[in-house]
Write a protein that binds this ligand. Structure first.
Ligand SMILES: [Zn+2]
Length: 430
């Protein structure tokens, strides 16, 4: 209805008025720079109307020593001084945090005197000897939408006359299998979606104005006008990405932050590699996995008031400790069960975390705005010879002999790996 729609639109605008996310599409695309799927890159920012509420940091006054704060900042959240020096000023007894870009207005967060003992609440405790997950609330976030939206999302490809591979559909199947397994161990499990349909009530047509504004801004920056055909193409892409990426993830964040409030969110994805020849799809040999925690905020990202706030909010909550521990257990489980090698990043947009292979920090929309510990999974390269050969067999029961080895379906193997990783973490995060 019109009334409902305009009310919701207003809420949505205050949630993400910048409309500034751009995706790298790795499933059916042309040229790529960074060989990793499912990444959400911030490329530009407009003035935001919804300023962060810096007072939410008040409860963290005097919590960390300067050494603790600086160590966490450099090893997890922002490895380069040049990326944060305009936004954070570390003094002896406090850190000054710039509240608004371009303004000389600072939030002052005091450090704890190193001689005083910490009042920090216990971060987590190990579960009982039965590996029970009783009392542990987990949100499972099957990435993307899938179904009729998979092509629009760029998470869809077909090859050799086989059924199309849709990331959204596959990870939903993983989430359903995993949900049952975790529930048996006593966990309270919530699926962010149970069908291949959007969680957001918005559709691309609801983003006409934002897309027009974005395009005008782009033309001003580039000092050129696009042709009518170029404009149409860019506007369509922009409206779609605001729908299936930004609006969709914000709708899920709303549900996580206001309704579920879980101890942990697991974002389920599948990776893909660039096609060697984008005009002729040929399966690749590379097949691997990696696990992401939140971190590695780059300079441009920290210039955004909301991202800067979210980084500090996560750091002060200590969520990185839980994310790292769970990600390391998940990485070990994926290594053992799938026997896949761990993927290594080369560029500055990811930071290696700890010593366990395959665990990296990145700043993604979902792992930034879901206000709880989040681990983001990127196992399997779906357009590899190995993974594709297994995907087209479907989600069969039991094991099948593949290349002389008995294997579960890829969906089942994925779910079993996550279950083992969570179980070995044995956490009660409260
Ligand atoms: Zn994905």
């Amino acid at each position: 209805m019109y009334l409902e729609s305009s009310v919701k639109r207003k809420t949505l605008q205050t949630l993400f008025p910048s409309s500034c996310y751009y995706k790298l599409n790795f499933w059916n695309i042309k040229r790529l720079i960074i060989p990793v799927l499912c990444t959400y890159i911030l490329v530009d920012c407009f003035a935001r109307e919804n300023l962060p509420n810096w007072n939410l940091l008040d409860s963290f006054q005097g919590l960390l020593t300067k050494q603790e704060f600086e160590h966490t900042l450099k090893t997890i959240y922002c490895p380069r001084v040049s990326w944060y020096e305009n936004w954070l000023k570390l003094n002896r007894g406090e850190v000054l945090i710039r509240k608004k870009m371009g303004k000389d207005d600072w939030y002052i967060l005091s450090f704890r005197d190193g001689n005083l003992s910490s009042n920090a609440p216990r971060q987590f405790s190990i579960s009982d000897q039965n590996n029970s997950l009783h009392g542990f609330c987990i949100a499972l976030d099957p990435g993307h939408i899938g179904g009729a939206f998979s092509k629009m999302e760029g998470r869809h490809f077909s090859i050799g006359g086989e059924k199309p591979v849709k990331e959204g559909d596959l990870v939903l199947a993983v989430a359903k299998s995993l949900s049952k397994k975790l529930s048996i161990l006593g966990a309270e499990v919530h699926l962010l979606r149970e069908q291949n349909k959007p969680v957001t009530t918005f559709r691309p047509k609801d983003f006409e104005k934002e897309s027009e504004d974005w395009l005008k801004q782009k033309e001003i920056q580039l000092k050129r006008k696009y042709s009518r055909i170029e404009r149409q193409k860019l506007l369509t892409q922009r409206k779609e990405v605001l729908f299936y990426r930004v609006s969709e993830i914000h709708a899920r964040a709303d549900h996580i932050n206001k309704v579920i409030r879980p101890d942990l969110t697991i974002c389920l994805h599948l990776n893909a590699a660039p096609w060697a020849n984008p005009d002729k799809f040929e399966l690749v040999e590379r097949n691997d996995f990696h696990i992401l925690v939140n971190g590695c905020y780059m300079g441009g990202e920290l210039s955004d008031d909301n991202q800067r706030f979210e980084m500090l909010f996560r750091l002060l909550n200590g969520w990185h400790k839980k994310e790292k521990l769970i990600a390391e257990n998940l990485s070990n489980a994926f290594s053992r069960i799938t026997k896949l090698p761990a993927f290594n990043y080369k560029g500055p947009n990811a930071l290696k975390i700890g010593d366990v292979p395959g665990v990296w920090a990145r700043n993604l929309l979902a792992n930034r705005i879901y206000r709880c510990p989040v681990v983001f999974l990127e196992p399997y390269v779906v357009n590899s010879r190995d993974a594709f050969g297994r995907i087209i067999l479907g989600d069969y029961k039991g094991k099948k002999k593949l290349n002389g080895e008995l294997k579960y379906s890829l969906v089942e193997e994925y779910a079993k790996s996550v279950l083992e990783g969570i179980r070995n973490s044995c956490l009660f995060i409260r």
